[in-house]
Design a protein. Sequence first.
Lengths: 450, 178
Amino acid sequence: MTPSQERRLDALFVRYWDNVLTPEEAAELAALLATDPQSRDVFHQYCVQILTVAELPALASVAAEGVPDPVPAPVAPLSAPDLPPARRWTRRQLLGWLGGGVAVAVGVGVVGRHFWGDAPTTTVQLQTVRGTVTVQDARGRTVAPTAPLPAGAMVSTHGVGSSVVLTYQDGTSITLTGDSTVTIPDDHHVHVHQGAVSAAVPPQVAQTEALVMFTHQVMLAGLSGVLVTLGEAARATEVEVHQGLVSARHPTGEPIAVVRQGEVLTVGADGNHRKQPTSPTPEEFALNLTESLPSGWLVGRHEHTSEGPVIRTERWPDPYWQHQEMYQIRSNQPWTRGFFRLRPDSVVRVRYRVHTAGRGQLCFCVRTASSACPDTGMLEWNGIYGESGTGRWDWLTVTADQMRNPPNRHVPKFADPWIGFLIIFNTYEVDLGLEVAEFRVSRPGGVRLD
Amino acid sequence: MALETDTIVQVLLRERLRVTALAVSVVRDVHAADDIFQQVVLAALEARNQFRDAEHVLAWSLRTARHRALDLARSRQLRPLPDEVLDLLESRVPGPVPIAVSDRDEALHDCVGRLAPSAQRLLQMKYGEGLTAVAIANRLRRTPDAVYQSLSRLHRFLRECVERKLTVSTESAQEVTN
């Protein structure tokens, strides 16, 4: 199968799935499958992909209609031990759980329909939707983001620049930014699954039920008169208090710490925790390639070579470019802490090498000085890697101010300082063999590196 | 001599992915394909006296799944692939290098994990929830063509990613053996 036939099969397959092929396209697909064994292999692999993707725990949202949740979803307000599962089981998972007892699974499916009913609604409303925001009801079905949210709704923001504000009747607002996901079981609980979620809770009147925010590691109960950001990543939860104070507990109810204004609490996956003053994101930064890359680093091969450690681009489908595969290095996204604080005169220096000269980018996603504010922007260097030669180490030097120049179309609309929380090296669809050995940010008057 | 019930169930559970993949290739609905698989298992148990061996069970099950899938596809007015193509897909023989289903599953899981959350969400909406590209496009405020383009790219990325992982693990296993 030639590369063009491969791409054609890929394009025809997704349209075949939706039954939207024209008669000519249907004939083309049939001919390809009839004459080429490799095409049939690919077709089969795509079907297997779909079956597997639909049941993977990370993606499984809610069971097909009629399958009961192994842990019944609570209707009453939650206490810490009654945390609902993040995902319901699919029919496949239930089938596996029963060890292939098919007759039993079918029976369960029939009985399960009686457990289903229409979910109640909350009074929580979506406002200020930016970028890509999706809402799923408690059954995992995507619904239009109209107010009010159904109980058990899962709200997700996708990609840098996306954000949404959830507003409550008492004036509380919950802001999601970037790739963040929460479940709203009812009017008084917010379950943070991932990302950065800020809550602005006005002082609560006595006898009213206060908001509870929780992750799988931390519970913040009795929120009143606070502005707090909860950052949930794979290996840690961060609680940063901008205003007021919060009492942080384990989901079991055991106290962890009281976190006051200007403090940040980090709770690791192992349960260990550390509270410290919120220090400003530094203006000086250097990526340390002698150690492992930070947890959650998304794209890039970290290798130790005879010339020292480097990070190399990898092929990756970039959502910004409609999932076109591009050669990139892409960092983790420490929204709360950020990597570095940029002023217009901040200097970015990169020691790199390419085996082929070609166009590329160095991009930073930046936010404002407050992690509770969802505004973001991009700083970009657009140029030619290897312009002055290939196969040898070279330096890229650029100021933050220069990174606002055209063709950048996403310049921050807010004043500096700009807090960089995502670093991207991109050489588009061409593999230039980009290797990065050093990456530094500094202010003028810092240590020279030549 | 008729096969034991346990043997039939073992065969079908081992070949579940292959049978369900054939069904889903016709009905293009994961949940319906699951239903068809369950129906095939029940029917196979009822018809157990006619099976000679495991190969017979598999061949019978693939054909039964195909027929039920075609029935459903017709009721939903889906345009099916021609019979000669379905014959070829049904009789498709796995590649020369045996890859354990669990290895491929693990590789696919890893590769999906490398996707951006928005890409994972797109796959979930399409195949987990069964939304059409038009419905997804409305939700995400994109065009249907852009959604189709993204999906085809993601499928290709996953396929190549899985092949790379399986190639590396096969080479590693051979090195250990040598």
